[in-house]
Each structure stands twice: as structure tokens, then as C-alpha cells.
Design a protein around this ligand. Sequence first.
Ligand code: FPP
Length: 231
Amino acid sequence: MDGNGRWAQNRGRNRSYGHQCGEKPVREVVETACHLNIGTLTLFAFSSDNWMRPSDEVTSLMHLFKSFLKLERWKCRSHGVRINVIGRRDRLGPSLREAVEAAERFTSGCRRMHLRIAVDYSARDSILEAVSLGRLGASPTRREFSSLLNLAIHSDPPAPDVDLLIRTGDTQRLSDFMLWECAYAEMIFVHGMWPDFRGRDLTKALEEFNQRERRFGRISCPPHKITGHRA
Ligand code: FPP
């Protein structure tokens, strides 16, 4: 969800204003994804490297996450959306950690969609954490490693590999997001900034995804559509 800061600065406002305005597209995208029968939606909200931002920006983001979790858990539960915050938990403030655990408990029975919000997330750190759990045999399979990775980032339930990665903000890089899980992800880079992203943009991205031929290293593969597919 890139581009909040630039979006706000282009309007003569501070970066935190951009993050606040980034909440509306989050709600729209969750709703649209739900209607499109997406199995798992992961939103990259705060990377482990984002701690290096100015403290007022970090504080306002943490407030935003907390209020989002407190308010949206009701709507999520009524729509069958299971909330799950992935990433490190030990560096979150106690009140945010409580809000995370409460939202996860509150929606734990939901089965329609798994909504993962990545906070204090780093793909490289999650790989190191998976290794340091000490449960890998001498020659682990990809499947075994994936399940340890899910454990390391607190993904509950464990999620499959990423099918489609969408990045807004006119930037074409991964920025330490799901490096293992994106091995065969299709990528769509959007010119617009995150606060301007709408549900229809997600629908459009899925249409583009559904046109792409995914071969997973083979010569051809059966079509793999997202809409109607439960991951
Ligand atoms: C990256 O844009 C965005 C973030 C670091 C924060 C994302 C947060 C939201 C969209 C707020 C709402 C989210 C939830 C889950 C309630 P940037 O600040 O790096 O933008 P820039 O590249 O223009 O500086």
C-alpha cells in the first residue's frame, strides 16, 4: 500500500494525513476481495524497516492500526472475515498487541476470507526466524519450510503462496515482502498512490491476472483463476 506520504505531501499535508486517508481504500479493498471470493488477502501495512521513520509518523500509524482493528472487527465478523496480524509481535506496544489479539479472537470462527495485515513484517527476518525455530530436518521440503514460515509470522491459519501481488505508488520493487511466498506470484504495479486505490482497481487487477498464463516453470499449465477460487 505505497504512496500515502507522497499523496499527502502533494496536497501540502503531512505524511500521517496520507496514512489516515489510506484507511478508506483498505476498507473498500477488503469488501471487494470478500465479494470476489478471494481466499486470503494480505495487506503490507508496516515493514520492520519502517521503524526507522520519524517517531510521530510511526505513532500515528500504530494508532491507526489499533483503531482499525477495534472498529473493523465487528464488520469483519459479520462478513465472515478472519483477521490475522502477521509479523513480529514483541515490538508492538501493549495496547496494540491487545487489540491484535482481541480482533483475532473475535473473528477466529470466520471462514469466508482470511485477512492478513502485515505489521512489523520483514520477509528476510521471517525466513531467519523460521530457521531458528530449530524444527528443520537436514533436508526439509518446500512444503515443510512454508509451514514453518507461516508459524514464524503468526499466520493463523497458514496461508498458501502468493498468487497476485499488487503494489501501488508507481514503484516497482518487493521491499522485503513475502520473498519465499512470491516465488511464482504475478505482479501488478499501479501508477496511482494508495489513497486513490479503489475496489474497482482490485477488480481490474484480477481481470488482468486472469488473462495471464501461469506456467510455474512448465511449458503450459491449467488455468488458475483467482475469482471463485478459495486459497
Ligand atoms: C507506505 O506508503 C505505507 C505505509 C508505510 C503505511 C500503510 C498504512 C495504511 C494504508 C493505513 C491504513 C492501514 C490499515 C491496515 C488500517 P509510504 O508512506 O511509504 O508512501 P511514500 O512512498 O509516498 O512515502
